[in-house]
Write a protein that binds this ligand. Structure first.
Ligand SMILES: CC(C)(COP(=O)(O)OP(=O)(O)OC[C@H]1O[C@@H](n2cnc3c(N)ncnc32)[C@H](O)[C@@H]1OP(=O)(O)O)[C@@H](O)C(=O)NCCC(=O)NCCS
Length: 198
């Protein structure tokens, strides 16, 4: 599933233990299969609870709220099926399930700054860029966040765009309370759109 990537740093593969955890009580896994039974794509939600890998810690969520966090993990689509909207569909179904269950209020995930498909899909599903920091060792990642109870609305008059490579500006914007809410694909760099809450 991770074959066919031009830049392998965009995806941090799960360990066997992590996959086992996703398939156990602390996760929900979803697969899409072709008529022939071939795996098209896989995505999972992970419930980190009070464990130190809870992304809510990166956003300063208090301990009560950490228990209401679900991560979107491991959006993977077979190279033969990429570019046909499968990741979005899988994430959409997972989010629908989380909303129906009513136990989780915050949906979080990480995406590499140059991973256009994963970033665009997450932003379209109303997750917002809320942090930009090194994760998984020293890999720079956007931390994306959606509050199911209190959706974020962006004030259109506040919108500022920048290249995904302009880390300093993005850190400054995030510190000032801006959220990343859209991305456009350019051949040399991505353009990220930030704005403050309405
Ligand atoms: C990231 C990944 C899951 C995307 O899945 P997908 O089902 O192909 O994504 P989509 O078909 O929904 O594509 C989303 C967008 O990216 C575009 N896109 C897809 N592959 C692309 C590529 N290689 N280069 C540029 N754009 C691409 C699509 O045209 C679409 O554009 P649009 O939103 O402007 O219409 C898939 O590429 C993958 O498995 N990558 C390896 C693992 C990975 O990085 N996972 C994400 C971890 S957060």
């Amino acid at each position: 599933m991770v074959t066919g990537l031009q830049d392998t740093s965009t995806y941090y593969p799960l360990t066997e233990d992590e996959v086992a955890m996703l398939l156990g009580e602390r996760g929900v896994s979803l697969g899409a299969f072709s008529d022939e039974g071939e795996l098209i794509g896989y995505a999972a939600a992970y419930f980190p609870g009070s464990s130190p890998d809870n992304l809510g810690l990166d956003l300063g969520l208090c301990s009560d709220r950490l228990l209401q966090v679900a991560h979107l993990e491991a959006g993977l689509v077979s190279p033969f099926y990429r570019g046909r909207g499968w990741q979005r569909r899988l994430y959409q179904e997972l989010i629908k399930g989380l909303i129906a269950q009513g136990k989780y209020r915050y949906i979080l995930s990480t995406v590499a700054c140059n991973n256009y498909p994963a970033l665009h899909n997450s932003l379209r599903l109303k997750l917002y860029i809320t942090e930009l920091r090194e994760k998984y060792g020293n890999m720079l990642r956007y931390v994306l966040f959606r509050d199911i109870k209190e959706p974020i609305n962006i004030n259109p008059a506040s919108v500022i765009s920048c290249r995904h490579t302009d880390i300093e500006l993005q850190h400054r914007l995030i510190r000032q309370g801006y959220y990343g809410f859209d991305v456009k694909y350019n051949t040399d760099s991505l353009v990220i759109y930030y704005g403050v809450k309405d």
